[in-house]
Design a protein around this ligand. Structure first.
Ligand code: WT7
Length: 646
């Protein structure tokens, strides 16, 4: 048990938390790191690239910005991701160090050393190659948080076949659309995985998706939960059968720094998810540099990032960065309260976790459950905590700091996105902290806050002023959408879609999305996606979806629905619509509330005024309606609607 109280050797002054002396002394980041990067930004990234990456062939130039916004980093450099994550460690003293430690919900444990991982990845690269996968072919993964997922990702990178992971919570329709968008040749999945002791049938979902995915030639199935599955002769193959026959070595493909590493679909402001494209060199440099300095990675760490591999956090900070740095990454596949609400802390204690990275929504859930659960365990090995997914509210920050970090572990509030690939705005362990702010841009990253007229402002839009190594390179198959979405709003700047403000210390506070993107429990969803799912139902004439503040999820989905004539909005229909959205997109997209109204407030140009709907959903008085086509309409809606709410 850790003793009560805050900071044994740091201090708190005016709400600022200064780092403990021990952390300051030993941190990878030295006090001059910001200064050095500011003086010579590209020089900073050049040094990072030389220190952190094993290149097959060195690059000619750090950045080529001649064809903006199609930037190139580490021009003509050659490297391979799996080589950097495994081979180079196997050739060192880390050969027998734990690379991946895994535990399943029902308590199965796996520990793969770098040497073991090397064999498995080589074998699976041979297996995939045997199925016809070549450099440039796309492979989709629809998998639980099992070591085979990491093995499959690394094997794809060894061949140079870009992978695209689809979160296991997504529906067959979502999986199908993503497979078809990138024309994947192979799908890798598993029979199922356990959720609260019951198998979840992943392969059934994959089968439904594959009814309409002509590009898929083979489906590799990992036996995990042991549940019954259908097997399509000629298409489906067992992972263990392939591995039994596969050769032990596969020569890592020398990839150009700018060759595609993976595609990851994310929600935007339209109904169609975007395939965010990441390339190899710059991505590998920035994910390692950020993890090394922000989580202060040391040789004896047991590092645990709770994100699912289906999201960017799982790519960059569960698999690639920790392995590239030769660290030990912990993976858990299961619910966080099975068999009891202390499962996470019980594992953190048992494995001696030193660095712990999770999302505010999880922290708020832990808070709700009560402090007795972490108190049952000795968490004193934890040195650094992290937070990602949304701004962390100061109350959750303090709870996390006191009860998980024992008042000695600085919290790294990391702001970044699927598109940025790696941390952009984040403290370092040496940074004085304030609860609720992601503090400063990472060294070598230039962020700014600007107003509508592109002038620097203390409150406004968060932009990135210059290219960064791990940036997305395009939207898969749609360069124009890449330009229009990210580079049109503010000239040369990348527009992140977030609002932000700066305080008197110069700290950046991210205030949330300013576009039509929702953040539900740290999961990103487009309002348009949910609306188009609702609009498919025969009863629905039109719908509008907004985010409503929620104590645990951050934002909950609140839908306004106009019915076609002849239909009545009742509890049964609400249930049907909610279920339909769940089937169409996935359970995370199911609206919490559905409210039937007669009209939607629209601007004169026909755009739905979501701000007003948000006011209504959150029970606030209605704001400015001067741009509304028919200002009378909103009062009518407010009258009928507010009467219905609690
Ligand atoms: C959006 C990106 C980056 C991995 C997880 C989500 C919000 C993320 C923070 C933070 C405030 C945050 C932003 C951003 N966000 N981290 N520390 N403080 N907001 O990745 O699905 O691409 O979502 O999440 O709104 O734009 P994503």
């Amino acid at each position: 048990m850790r003793k009560e109280g805050i900071l044994e050797n740091g201090r708190i002054e005016n709400g600022v938390f200064y780092p403990p002396a021990e952390i300051l002394e030993k941190a990878n980041a030295k006090a001059d790191i910001y200064e050095l990067a500011k003086k010579d930004r590209l020089g900073f990234w050049d040094t990072q690239a030389k220190e952190l990456v094993s290149w097959f062939k060195s690059y000619d130039k750090v950045l080529d910005d001649s064809n903006a916004p199609f930037y190139k980093w580490f021009v003509n450099g050659k490297l391979n991701m799996s080589y950097n994550c495994i081979d180079r460690h196997v050739k060192s003293d880390r050969r027998n160090k734990a690379a991946i430690i895994y535990e399943s919900e029902i308590g199965k444990q796996v520990c793969l050393t770098y040497g073991m991982l090397y064999k498995l990845v080589n074998k699976f690269a041979n297996a995939l190659s045997g199925l016809g996968v070549k450099k440039g072919d796309r492979v989709v993964l629809y998998m639980p948080m099992i070591p085979e997922a990491a093995i499959a990702m690394l094997a794809c990178t060894r061949i140079g076949a870009p992978h695209s992971l689809v979160f296991g919570g997504f529906s067959p329709d979502s999986l199908r659309d993503r497979i078809n968008d990138c024309q994947a040749k192979v799908l890798i999945t598993s029979d199922g995985n356990f959720r609260r002791g019951k198998p979840f049938p992943l392969k059934n979902n994959a089968d439904k998706a594959m009814e309409d995915t002509p590009s898929i030639e083979k489906c590799v199935v990992v036996k995990n939960a042991g549940n019954e599955i259908d097997f399509v002769e000629g298409r489906d193959v067992w992972y263990h059968d392939l591995m039994a026959k596969a050769g032990n070595y596969y020569e890592p493909e020398p990839m150009d720094a700018e060759d595609m590493l993976f595609i990851l679909y994310t929600s935007g402001t339209t109904g169609k998810p975007k395939g965010v494209v990441h390339t190899t060199g710059g991505y590998l440099v920035q994910i390692q540099s950020t993890l090394k300095y922000v989580f202060d990675i040391k040789e004896d760490d047991v590092y645990w990032c709770t994100a699912d591999i289906g999201w960017i956090t799982g790519h960059s900070y569960v698999v690639y960065a920790p392995l590239a740095l030769g660290s030990t990454t912990f993976m858990y596949d299961g619910t966080i309260d099975y068999p009891d609400k202390d499962r996470i802390w019980e594992m953190a204690e048992r494995y001696g976790v030193t660095k712990f990275y999770t999302a505010p929504t999880a922290i708020r859930t832990f808070m709700k459950w009560g402090v007795e659960y972490p108190k049952r365990h000795d968490l004193s090995a934890i040195k650094i905590l992290g937070s990602v997914g949304e701004a962390i509210n100061p109350e959750a920050w303090m709870w996390y700091y006191e009860n998980i970090g024992g008042g000695q572990a600085p919290i790294m509030d990391t702001w970044w996105q699927t598109e940025t690939g790696a941390f952009m705005c984040t403290p370092l362990p040496i940074t004085p902290l304030k609860p609720g702010t992601a503090t400063y841009p990472f060294p070598g990253i230039e962020l700014d806050i600007i107003d509508e007229q592109k002038n620097p402002a203390d409150e406004g839009y968060l932009v990135v002023k210059s290219p960064w190594p791990a940036m997305l390179r395009t939207v898969y198959g749609d360069d124009q959408r890449y330009i229009d979405t990210y580079w049109k709003h503010f000239g040369d700047c990348y527009f992140a879609g977030d609002g932000a403000k700066r305080d008197e210390l110069g700290y950046i506070w991210v205030t949330g999305r300013v576009d039509d993107v929702l953040n539900v429990s740290g999961h990103r969803l487009g309002t348009a996606e949910v609306e188009s799912a609702l609009d498919e139902c025969e009863e629905v004439a039109e719908s509008a979806v907004v985010g409503k503040k929620h104590a645990v999820k951050g934002e909950a989905i609140h839908a306004f629905v106009i019915l076609k004539d002849g239909f009545t909005g009742n509890a049964e229909l609400i249930d049907k619509l909610r279920r339909h959205v769940g089937v169409k997109i996935g359970p995370i997209a199911r609206p919490d509330d559905i409210v039937f109204i007669s009209e939607l407030p629209k601007t004169r140009s026909g755009k739905i005024m979501r701000r007003l709907l948000r006011d209504l959903a959150e029970g606030r008085a209605i704001g400015d309606v001067t741009t509304l086509a028919d200002p009378g309409a909103i009062n009518e809606i407010a009258a009928t609607y507010l009467g219905k709410e609690d």
